[in-house]
Design a protein around this ligand. Sequence first.
Ligand code: ADP
Ligand code: MG
Length: 403
Amino acid sequence: MHILSFEQVCQRGQARGKRVFIRADLNVPLDDQGRITEDTRVRASVPAVRMALDAGAAVMLTSHLGRPTEGEFKPSDSLAPVAQRLGDLLGRPVRLVADWVDGGFELHPGEVVLLENCRLNKGEKKNDAELSRKMASLCDIYVNDAFGTAHRAEATTYGIAQYAPVACAGPLLAAEIDAIHRALAQPARPLVAIVAGSKVSTKLTILQSLSDKVDGLIVGGGIANTFMLAAGLPIGKSLAEPDLVEDARRVIDKMKARGAEVPIPEDVVVAREFSASAEAVVKPASEVAADELILDIGPRTAARLGARLKAAGTIVWNGPVGVFEFDAFSHGTETLARAIADSQGFSIAGGGDTLAAIAKYGLAERIGYISTGGGAFLEVLEGKTLPAFEILERRSREQGGTG
Ligand code: ADP
Ligand code: MG
């Protein structure tokens, strides 16, 4: 994938004195007093803004916040708290500009303005062409730095990129693109994926798409239970989706036909009830009783899979392999997480609960890349081309980007 980066634009001196429009992801959680409770996304937006300021640009940036109704401003939809926090982080004032689509606000090189919640603009969600053109005419350079919305074609993520004189990827988006490319487009082999978590139904497309690409497909959690059913193993009262057993079998067969493998657990950790205080019993996968629930992979399975992960060239990880929230059933997820951290291969991980597990074991620094994309990351694993990537790639070809 060849996408022009904002860094390249700056290095060529093309941002000096120019108006730069950054689409960031500043959708932070707020409490009922309107105070920011977690500011990771604001902090993450700083490098793009600094890059623009250092290059001598005038900077405007915007983001969505929550789910406002287009055209109907409520004070709780305002990015005002974000403007304040961003100003503190940058050590300079960040002016908030409302009703900005038709321009008319002042902005000079060296200044930063925050354009009010872009989802307040009529036509944002529908990627309206007129709105997109107006926004594009506000700037000389459009920078997309919001991977979390890259799977949506909206006016600030897609339309504006069609019409802006220059369209490129900010540092956060560029890092995400690089990591995805390294993991899926040109992976060092063997490529091993872990697809786990609660349900096959939410991840069936991912399983099908990855089964064409990976050398090993490790399933875990409720997903593994459905695969165990497909393999003819008893699973008692475990979470599973019997209607999807045929789909699971097709994934297994497709992998086998390519000489690749879906390892089925040989031992499991079971309980009689779904609770943090339930007694955990390790047993062979073939001996699960009718009144038992499988809540984790067993230690032999974890050790065997851990060894495979340590030897992998590339690892893609989405989904905990057990109910890691309960300590007695968290060992499988922890063993695999540590194996990924110890692996010499390149690893990429994403998914809400997967990131919670990584944080629980304090391994964030030792994973190759942690995707913050949520839904966008899952769509990449599904093999979809994200709209934001598609338009930036097309514009990069026209602009002579070198990737
Ligand atoms: P992610 O958010 O990383 O994409 P999912 O939401 O698909 O992951 O799945 C995570 C959830 O799956 C966790 O809450 C975990 O407790 C649950 N889970 C994992 N293994 C099992 C299991 N064997 N039975 C029931 N739930 C499970
Ligand atoms: Mg989840």
